[in-house]
Ligand binder design. Structure first.
Ligand code: GAL
Length: 669
């Protein structure tokens, strides 16, 4: 099928729209489309939680509301992203078919409640979902105003019912070729006499059963199964809507990292990736927040190496974070266009209009309870809509990153549940963000890739704390460096395989020892009050948390530890391996050491980087450049060449003055 960006080559601007909550307010439903046009919105996500309106009683369907909503929106130039309603089931269904309700980790079946809580295995839930999806597809699948399917909402969670246990056992039988010896070996189950002698003995990790951190092989297989089963449910929905018209693309809205689902696996079945972004703007360390958000955007773009969609964000505040802070002037524009800078082809909000009741009535929305198409928030939204119209030529353009950071949710599960290192917090995500920040502050575009990906397109690949790697993933890293790539790894790399079995013969496992030219013999974990340092070329760089004790084979020692019983031993190493080079940072530095290393590598590899004021960054999409200022002060940056300001049309040289909380979008001439 054609790509989403080919079918709809314009930025989307809009929101989740829940007209089902407003049926008894016809005057409001009548006003909405006109107000959307005034807000320069061109797209609404409709019907996400509308099941009880669409099917108020079993088998009794009502589509009149959706018919009129889709038509009224289109009359004002607003397209529809149509949702399948499976993320919140109607009350009658849970009462009549308790099997659709999840069983929690303690073994208790839930009674009807909230949302996002159905059993993904339940044949009845699948049947009911397929039935309504099919009717929606038959009714709207050929409607030119419906441009995208929004499958369910924020898929996640897990169910521990007997049906899920059985499905888990089936999945394991397939994975381990029906061979319990293979499974027992992968789970190292003779430890504490946990040998499995019958498939029916297997249960998911549970509160009163096997805890996540004891039999980690079981835990990791359970997480992979949950991903598989969730994806299988999603595929069932995709197949249903596509069986009517295969030409409408599908997405589902994903969530903030790290995730308990393997999104890399799940997203292969989507036509376009979308996600929901809710940063805590204006926290004391605004740059931290900007970097974290940027990393997430890059991750979601890199899932398909194509533009993604920002499916939800708030126009002002959320109401579920610890503090419901309003966006300060400028932040709405900056945050929205930051997503575009990282490859989004949309800016969508939760939600269009604040509901009168329910737990989200004080969540930011485009239209407040005062019902007016005016005011600060509305004006901010409208200005973003106007900006997107001017930026329209950028829609569909790609990010061409030369640097990749490997981040893998599976590695995060393995690290988090392994007993050892700093048990309180392994800080995997924070470590990835710390390395990412070195590139962010130099305006270098970065792809965030998964462990099993082909790396050949990158000049530099950074793999922070890549503790868990399969033999196949090791082969890909080896192939990359052997072929001329530059890799940077850190402490705790290549300790275990994909079921958490330690590699034998020294860390990092298998060929990684040759690639990095060393073995990591021991890892020292520091108390929070301890420090050490690395001495490199006469300069001293602070070190916290982890110091590995390393024996080089072919690697050259660049830096050594500054203190403790391993003073003078290797801490930073470089190895020439076939056509490439591999660096190893044996300890957790506080940013200064990695900044210097990356500075040097960017220069050596000829990757464009900028000298930028604190809190300022640059992203590019082909010939378009996005200069963003997340600091609390105005800034000036100097870019080589001449540019056209995409919003004002003004031609300028690369000396750009930019206010605090602002973004300038330029086309290179
Ligand atoms: C999202 C969810 C929306 C709404 C929003 C509030 O996670 O998909 O339905 O609840 O959060 O921020």
């Amino acid at each position: 099928m054609k790509e989403f960006q080919t079918l709809h080559p314009h930025f989307l601007h809009g929101a989740d729209y829940n007209p089902d909550q407003w049926i008894s307010y016809p005057e409001i439903l009548e006003q909405d489309p006109e107000m959307m046009a005034q807000a320069h919105c061109n797209c609404m996500s409709v019907g996400i939680f509308a099941w009880s309106t669409l099917e108020p009683n079993e088998g009794e369907y009502h589509f009149e509301l959706l018919d009129s909503i889709i038509e009224n929106l289109s009359a004002k130039g607003v397209k529809t992203v149509l949702a399948t309603p499976s993320a919140a089931r109607p009350r009658w269904m849970a009462e009549k078919y308790p099997e659709v309700c999840r069983v929690d980790k303690s073994g208790v079946r839930e009674i009807y409640n909230t949302r996002h809580n159905h059993c993904y295995t339940s044949p009845i839930y699948r049947e009911k979902t397929a039935a309504i999806d099919r009717l929606l597809a038959e009714r709207y699948g050929n409607n030119p105003n419906v441009i995208l399917w929004h499958i369910s909402n924020e898929l996640g969670g897990e169910c521990h019912c007997e049906l899920c246990q059985q499905a888990f056992r089936q999945w394991l039988r397939k994975k381990y070729d029906n061979d319990l010896d293979k499974l027992n070996h992968a789970w190292w189950s003779t430890f504490w006499s946990h040998t499995v002698t019958d498939w029916d003995q297997i249960r998911a990790p549970r509160e009163h059963g096997e805890p996540d951190i004891i039999m980690t092989g079981l835990y990791l297989d359970w997480r992979n199964f949950v991903t598989y089963q969730t994806t299988d449910f999603m595929k069932m929905e995709i197949d249903t809507v596509k069986s009517v018209n295969p030409n409408i693309p599908v997405t589902t809205n994903l969530m903030w990292l790290p995730q308990p689902l393997d999104l890399h696996y799940l997203s292969q079945f989507l036509d376009v990736v979308s996600w929901d972004s809710y940063p805590s703007w204006h926290e004391p360390d605004q740059v931290r927040c900007a970097v974290d958000t940027a990393f997430n955007h890059d991750y979601f773009r890199s899932l398909k190496h194509k533009p993604f969609l920002l499916m939800e964000s708030t126009p002002s505040n959320t109401n579920w974070q610890a503090i419901s802070k309003l966006k300060r002037p400028g932040m709405h524009r900056l945050a929205s266009l930051q997503a575009v800078a990282h490859g989004s082809d949309s800016v969508q909000y939760f939600q269009w209009r604040k509901g009168r009741g329910g737990s989200e009535k004080f969540h930011g929305a485009v239209i407040d309870h005062n019902g007016k198409a005016s005011g600060r928030v509305f004006e901010d939204v409208k200005q973003v809509g106007i900006a997107l119209e001017k930026l329209d030529p950028i829609c569909g353009s790609k990010t061409e990153a030369k640097v990749a950071i490997i981040f893998d949710n599976k590695n995060s599960w393995a690290l988090q549940n392994t007993s050892g290192f700093v048990n309180a917090d392994k800080k995997y995500m924070k470590t990835c963000l710390a390395h990412y920040k070195s590139f962010w502050k130099r305006g270098v575009d970065v792809d965030i890739v998964n462990t099993g990906e082909d790396l050949s397109a990158y000049s530099l690949v950074v793999m922070p704390m890549l503790y868990s790697t399969s033999p196949e993933q090791i082969r890909l890293i080896e192939e990359y460096v052997a072929g001329g790539g530059t890799a940077v790894a850190t402490y705790a790399t290549g300790y275990v395989d994909e079921t958490d079995l330690c590699y034998l013969g020294g860390f990092p496992g298998g060929k990684l020892k040759d690639v990095f030219g060393l073995t990591a013999d021991e890892i020292d974990t520091l108390y929070p009050t301890d420090t050490n340092s690395v001495v490199w070329d006469g300069n001293t760089y602070p070190v916290v948390d982890y110091c590995e004790l390393i024996t080089p084979s072919t690697a050259q020692v660049l830096g050594t530890y500054g203190s403790d019983f391993y003073k003078g031993m290797p801490a930073l190493l470089k190895n020439d391996y076939q056509k490439g080079t591999a660096y190893y940072i044996g300890c957790r530095d506080t940013g200064e050491l990695s900044d210097r290393l990356y500075d040097q590598l960017l220069k050596e590899l000829g990757i464009t980087a900028y000298d930028l004021p604190e809190g300022v960054t640059i992203n590019s999409r082909e010939k378009y450049f996005f200069v963003q200022n997340f600091s609390y002060a105005p800034a000036t940056v100097n870019l080589p060449g001449n540019y056209r300001n995409m919003e004002t049309g003004e031609i300028c040289n690369g000396c750009i003055c930019i206010d605090s909380s602002n973004i300038v979008v330029l086309e290179k001439l």
